[in-house]
Design a binder for this molecule. Structure first.
Ligand code: ADP
Ligand code: ASP
Ligand code: MG
Length: 409
């Protein structure tokens, strides 16, 4: 007997047929006495469609109302899924995020989970129900519905697994696990059997959409191992855990190559070359919740002036520019330039710290395809290059081929 949390993404519940496929698989694999919580996303492209719909009503949709709208997607899938279990004769109950005790801060559209009050979920399990929880949503202290940022159902699943002290947290999706690169971009990518929280977090942060970064962080802090696996094939996936247990898995210095096209480059031109300037700019950005990634400060053609270049998510670009505009007059910078036609390509691996030549290898692979590097940044376990958007697929393939040479060529 075990308490299992299983999360199914939007593609796994895209149609009634897929919902029944999922239900039948869960029931076939369920052992006598198992308690099961299902966390589910909105059907198919529902969330994208709702975002588009919002844009047709308001170019600056208030974030509170955006959350009210987006949370409806998951409410549809929980009701259908619970009903489908009942069709098969299995007791089941649907719960929204708020009903399931998911408490968040008030950062609408990217709220963070602060607590899971699991009593209701546990009580429903005790009654013999499969509990179907809406991913991606919670409740703030005002009593308002919040959402957790795109891909947030992953985080709901890990948080519910932690809150219920589940024996296992499984993330079912449309690929067989975590690969050395997005298998849709790199056909030769190989599935990893294991990956550490630290490396997975870096991969996710740098664009590997298979897991929401916050879910990985939550798993690490709460000590919840995560099994990423396929909804459609019954094969073992990838375990995300604290340490490697398989010798073969830790031999690769680079664990993955990833890319992010949802980035924008912002250049603040002609800022004063004096102490405190960077603080004022980035403090103002932080206060409106803009996550800044690569930062480069360089001298300007004008004496005693600098250019401050940074990247952020495209979705944050409008907030970033609005806040910079308010600083422009008082700080006296000349221009704010935007470039959205960029992408970031990254390699990740904890082993690269003690392995010289990783950066050179990556730059060489990009150079071999005549790809220009706009900005480069590094962390202890990753190297990222900002490149022209239209070369991103070629770049990821070239870098992947270099670090994971194909044996069939
Ligand atoms: P879900 O709807 O199940 O949450 P997502 O679309 O959020 O599914 O995540 C799964 C997708 O993540 C895959 O279809 C794949 O294209 C993408 N992906 C990106 N990087 C990787 C990677 N390194 N390994 C596996 N999948 C990846
Ligand atoms: N439905 C939400 C999204 O599309 C949450 C999720 O799928 O995890 O981002
Ligand atoms: Mg997802």
């Amino acid at each position: 007997m075990a308490l299992l949390v299983k999360k199914f993404g939007g593609s796994s519940v895209a149609t009634p047929e897929k919902i029944f496929h999922l239900v039948d698989r869960v029931l076939a694999e369920k052992h006598e006495g198992d308690q099961i919580v299902i966390v589910v996303s909105a059907m198919g492209d529902t969330t994208d469609d709702l975002v588009t719909l919002a844009g047709r009503v308001s170019r600056h949709m208030p974030k509170r109302e955006m959350d009210m709208l987006l949370a409806t997607g998951e409410q549809v899938s929980i009701a259908l899924l619970a009903a489908a279990f009942q069709e098969r004769g299995q007791k089941a109950v649907s719960l929204t995020g708020p009903q399931a005790g998911i408490r968040t801060n008030d950062h609408h559209t990217k709220a963070g989970i602060v607590e899971v009050k699991a009593d209701r979920v546990l009580a429903e399990l005790e009654k013999g129900n499969i509990v179907v929880v809406a991913g991606f949503q919670g409740l703030d202290d005002e009593g308002d519905v919040t959402t957790l940022g795109r891909g947030g159902s992953d985080t709901t699943a890990v948080a519910v697994a932690a809150g219920t002290h589940a024996d296992m947290c499984e993330i079912y999706t449309d690929v067989d696990g975590v690969y050395t690169a997005d298998p849709r971009i790199v056909p030769g990518a190989r599935k990893l059997q294991e990956i550490t929280f630290g490396e997975m977090l870096e991969l996710a942060r740098l664009g590997a959409g298979v897991m929401q970064p916050r879910a990985v962080e939550y798993g690490e802090h709460a000590g919840v191992d995560i099994h990423v696996r396929s909804t459609f094939h019954e094969v073992e996936g990838t375990i995300i855990r604290r340490e490697y247990t398989l010798q073969g898995e830790k031999e690769y210095v680079v664990r993955g190559v990833t890319s992010d096209v949802n980035v924008a480059k912002i250049a603040v031109r002609g800022v004063d070359d004096k102490p405190g300037v960077a603080f004022r700019i980035f403090d103002a950005l932080a206060k409106v919740n803009v996550d800044v990634d690569m930062i480069v400060q360089s001298g300007s053609a004008v004496p005693n002036k600098n250019d401050m270049v940074f990247t952020c998510q495209k979705a944050d670009m409008a907030d970033a520019v609005a806040v910079l505009e308010t600083l422009k007059a008082e700080m006296g910078f000349t221009r704010i330039d935007l470039e959205a036609n960029v992408a970031k390509v990254s390699v990740v691996g904890a082993g690269m710290l003690g392995s010289p030549g990783i950066a050179a290898g990556m730059f060489g692979a990009l150079a071999s395809k005549q790809i220009n590097l706009i900005v480069v940044s590094t962390s202890e376990i990753s190297i990222s290059c900002l490149i022209p958007r239209d070369q991103v697929e070629e770049a990821v393939n070239a870098v992947h081929d270099y670090f994971f040479p194909r044996t069939d060529k």
